[in-house]
Write a protein that binds this ligand. Structure first.
Ligand code: HAM
Length: 425
């Protein structure tokens, strides 16, 4: 037999308790908050046709995709993100639903990147897509949802960087730059390689470099100052009145609604090529990686052959949020009561009755088979259990269960028929 390597494939991770439990809680909490905003859950394929991503992903994502042929020769990929799939599924299955369509998802995504802390080849995204609404209040809602989620899980210090891709797209269109060249320039702006972006722009338009460099200096949280800075950059008036104004308005709305870390950056671009308007990223204090990003993609659905449909959305990186919470010393406390049930004799009817009564009230009841009492107590304590419940011969005879509180050390015998969480010592 060939020996099996026990390490996972490079860039993949084996996630076990407590990390896996904490990540499950982060996912469930996201579902809870997204549902409170009226989003509905969708389950999307992990393996997708490469074509879905080929058109509008941008150079960065395309280069890092896991692409292969399946056994029938179809060119497929592991999804590098879920928005493009959501757009496809919207066209195929949700187009006739009343608009707006608001969906959320939680699932794995794959990118063949150089692994490092917070950057994996397999990671979890939790995101929403808000399809069929062009109002700025839809973009604002996304940021409020993120605000509420981060509050819910206890991540309180972060900034939200806002930008507007419409500024760059309109400029480049006006300068006659072809779309694939635009994507390349945007890729460099996204990577903060402004020199390379400016080199390409200069080939197309004389004062282009000046404007791009001027825009990159407009960073701040004051909505009025943003407009003034855009004027200084030499950006055409009509773009200021439309796209910079929209950004400035969004900034003032979300700052007013308590997103203290919000600011705008006119030199901010995102590498995904489908963005057409407002974009944003969330960066926790003390971390350089973003824990989430999103934006408006008003032409993606029509690129796939559908009618012109405005849409916006975001995805959070659950693994990075987990790291960020650990960085701030978050204690993940299990709120449910946890009970280790130790049967000293195997009367499975009584064991099930005791366990079912307690589980019925939401408690975790872990039956520890074949344990000696002392071993069971030490297992239960080391796993953070609150109680041990003992069922021995005497208990079965008297119809009771003996329950010991592992923190206060108090102990009681409770009649099984009357057993509730409220009776526990
Ligand atoms: P994205 O910015 O490429 O956007 O990814 C969203 C989040 O996924 C990032 O902010 C990050 O937290 C996480 N992430 C990305 N790559 C990795 C990685 N290699 N390892 C760990 N975490 C990672 C999107 O994917 C868009 N689909 C978001 C969107 C939805 N836009 C509109 N709707």
């Amino acid at each position: 037999m060939p020996k099996i390597r026990l390490e996972p494939v490079r860039g993949m991770r084996d996630i076990i308790p407590p990390d896996s439990n904490e990540i499950l809680w982060l996912e469930n909490s996201f579902a809870e908050v997204a549902r409170r905003y009226g989003y509905e859950y969708v389950i999307l394929p992990v393996v997708e046709s490469f074509k879905v991503f080929e058109v509008k992903s941008g150079p960065e994502i395309r280069r890092s995709m896991y692409v292969f042929e399946d056994k029938a020769g179809r060119v497929v990929c592991l999804r590098p993100e879920l928005t493009a799939i959501a757009a496809r599924v919207y066209l195929r299955k949700l187009q006739t639903s009343p608009k707006p369509v608001k969906i959320f998802y939680i699932g794995k995504a794959f990118r063949y990147e150089e692994p490092q802390r917070g950057r994996y080849r397999e990671f979890i995204q939790a995101g929403v897509e808000y399809i069929g609404e062009e109002s700025i209040y839809a973009d604002a809602e996304l940021i409020l949802l993120i605000r509420d989620y981060l509050k819910y899980i206890g991540l309180n210090e972060y900034s939200v960087k806002l930008g507007n891709m419409a500024i760059y797209r309109s400029l480049f269109n006006a300068w006659g730059i072809q779309e694939d060249v635009q994507d390349e320039i945007i890729h460099y702006i996204d990577k903060k390689e402004l020199g390379k972006a400016v080199d390409i722009v200069s080939k197309h338009i004389a004062n282009g470099a000046e404007i791009i460099e001027g825009l990159s200096k407009c960073v701040g949280s004051d909505p009025d100052e943003l407009l003034k800075c855009a004027e200084r950059s030499g950006l055409p008036k009509e773009l200021i009145n439309t796209h910079v104004s929209r950004l400035s308005k969004l900034l003032s709305i979300i700052r007013e609604l308590g997103v203290k870390g919000a600011y705008a950056d006119l030199g901010f671009a995102r590498g995904l090529a489908y963005y057409t308007g407002i974009i944003f990223e969330v960066i926790p204090k003390g971390m350089s990686l973003s824990i989430g990003g999103g934006g408006r993609y008003d032409t993606l659905i029509s690129t796939y052959g559908g009618p012109k449909t405005p849409a916006t959305g975001f995805a959070l990186g659950i693994d990075r949020i987990h790291l960020a919470l650990k960085n701030v010393g978050k204690v993940f406390r299990d709120e449910v009561v946890k009970i280790a049930l130790i049967p000293l004799i195997m009367n499975y009817r009584v064991i099930d009755e005791v366990a079912s009564r307690l589980r019925g009230e939401g408690a975790v009841v872990n039956v520890l088979l074949r344990s000696r009492l002392s071993t069971a107590i030490s297992i239960a304590s080391s796993k953070g259990y609150d109680y041990i419940a003992i069922i021995g011969e005497k208990e079965v005879r008297e119809g009771v269960v003996t329950i010991k509180n592992l923190r206060s050390r108090r102990q009681r015998s409770i009649s099984i028929k009357k057993l509730t969480l409220g009776e526990l010592p």
